[in-house]
Design a binder for this molecule. Structure first.
Ligand code: AHM
Ligand code: MG
Length: 334
């Protein structure tokens, strides 16, 4: 008899969340339920992505989002799925989504939480079977319950996050999240329909030899970034850039490395959005022992003034991010 067939299947995401809830003395279970709502929507979106070539869900939707970028059909579907899950769950009073200009009021005025979400990041990779992702941040509302979420509730800085995570739809689908007590990763088992703990207590290497950056725009990068990229080349580093933030970030988190999206002539404040891309990944990387800055300042301390605010992003292994900061300070070739 092959006893391998009877090996334990491991810890499910639900059980893990339940266990962790006991670590918070006054936990009411609402944050746990909220994380489960996100995981459920993630499973549904994963199903749509896996069948994308067979259904009429690839290609452009025919409209632009609030950033003036062309929306893909799957962007729109993912947005609907996550908003519906969060609305039905009842724990969230308001949502910021990359796909919607204004704050989305869920109608759950008793909900204690705010979610900022990029429902499907890496849109340009959707139609070509390259990894894409979902990124989310969770905040506690500041206003009293009983009314809609306010702009002030939504514009909290990254240090106020109570949880953050991402789902990577890759060669396997994974959910990685933190509630401020380390980072844990769960791999989706499609035949059982469950996420299982596969990467407990993720720690990112202090340094690495991989840099991820779209060098197409290098001519308009700040001098400090240009100099850092030259340093990478002189030292034989490898360039790895998929153009899907979650995928580039995830690889560097596990293997060591740095992701850079600086200011460019085309995007003077960088391209990525503070509220639903940068802050979430900054929280995760810090919890894993890494670092996230805009080249000078800690991402999580940037004060948001707009829902869709952009900022440069330098994120990954601490020693590499420190090196970029040193180059940014000196702004001279070394
Ligand atoms: P999106 O939110 O419209 O998908 O844009 C974000 C994406 C990131 O996933 C990726 O790292 C970056 O944009 C790629 O941009 P570029 O094509 O300029 O390199
Ligand atoms: Mg995005």
């Amino acid at each position: 008899m092959n006893f391998n067939l009877a090996l334990p299947v491991g810890t499910t995401l639900d059980r893990f969340i339940m266990r962790k809830e006991k670590d918070f003395p006054y936990a009411t279970g609402e944050l746990s339920q909220l994380l489960r709502d996100i995981a459920l929507a993630g499973k549904i979106v994963n199903r749509e992505i896996n069948r994308a070539g067979l259904l009429d869900v690839t290609g452009a939707f025919g409209q632009q989002n609030v950033q003036g970028e062309e929306q893909q059909k799957l962007d729109v579907i993912a947005n609907i799925r996550f908003i519906r899950a969060l609305r039905n769950g009842g724990e969230v009073c308001a949502i910021i989504s990359e796909e919607e200009e204004e704050i989305i009021q869920t109608g759950n005025t008793k909900g204690k939480y705010i979610v900022a979400i990029d429902p499907l990041d890496g849109s340009s990779n959707i139609d070509v079977n390259v990894s894409i992702g979902t990124i989310f941040s969770i905040y506690r509302r500041k206003s009293e319950t009983g009314c809609d979420g306010t702009l002030e509730d939504c514009l909290q800085n990254g240090t106020q996050q109570v949880a953050a995570g991402y789902i990577i739809y890759g060669s396997s689908t994974m959910l990685v999240y933190t509630t401020g007590n380390g980072v844990n990763g769960f791999t989706y088992e499609p035949s059982l329909g469950e996420f299982f703990l596969s990467h407990p207590d993720i720690k990112t290497p202090a340094t690495g030899t991989v840099y991820s950056c779209n060098e197409g725009g290098v001519n308009s990068f700040p001098e400090g970034i240009k100099n850092y990229l030259n340093y990478c080349k002189e030292n034989g580093y490898s360039g790895r850039y998929i153009g899907s933030l979650v995928a580039d970030f995830h690889r560097n988190l596990l293997k060591g490395g740095i992701y850079i999206y600086p200011s460019t002539a085309k995007a003077p404040n960088g391209k990525l959005r503070l509220m639903y891309e940068c802050n979430a990944l900054a929280f995760i990387v810090e919890q894993a022992g890494g670092k996230a800055t805009d080249g000078n300042r800690r991402i999580m301390e940037l004060e948001p003034t707009e829902l869709h605010q952009r900022c440069p992003l330098v994120i990954g292994s601490t020693e590499m991010v420190d090196k970029v900061e040193a180059f940014m300070k000196s702004e001279v070739a070394v």
